[in-house]
Design a protein. Structure first.
Length: 128
């Protein structure tokens, strides 16, 4: 089995601006899915999400979900195991301008760097 480092990849929410003298909040929100190639799985413990740039209120940069699949994996000794492996994950970046009247324009954004490793394996999906 061979491991490969992936990243850093940037996940950016985009920027939103609340207009002066308006009370409503604006939200910058984005999720990004990262997938392993068909013959690889993601090393869950290697996932690193680092907040790189943020402005606003209720800022969040986090791992939202991990999708797993059952795979038959052949170990280096030739043994075949059936196990659940991570094949993709979702990162979410979020920020809001906040609500309430203000005399100035307010901008919000969130940005993160994502790194992880994938491992190549000899396997096949498990069918029911």
């Amino acid at each position: 089995m061979t491991s490969v480092r992936c990243g850093p990849f940037k996940v950016r929410s985009g920027k939103v601006c609340k207009i002066a003298h308006k009370a409503d909040a604006r939200i910058a929100d984005r999720s990004q899915t990262f997938e392993a190639p068909a013959d690889h799985f993601i090393n869950e413990g290697s996932i690193q999400i680092t907040q790189t740039s943020v402005k606003g209120k209720k800022v969040a940069v986090h791992l939202e979900s991990i999708r797993r699949e059952l795979r038959q994996i052949e170990t280096p000794t030739g043994e075949v195991l059936v196990t659940s492996v991570p094949v993709s994950f979702v990162v979410r970046v979020y920020a809001e301008t906040g609500s309430g009247l203000t005399s100035k324009a307010v901008t919000a954004w969130a940005e993160a760097a994502v790194r992880y490793t994938v491992t190549e394996h000899l396997s096949s999906p498990v069918t029911s």
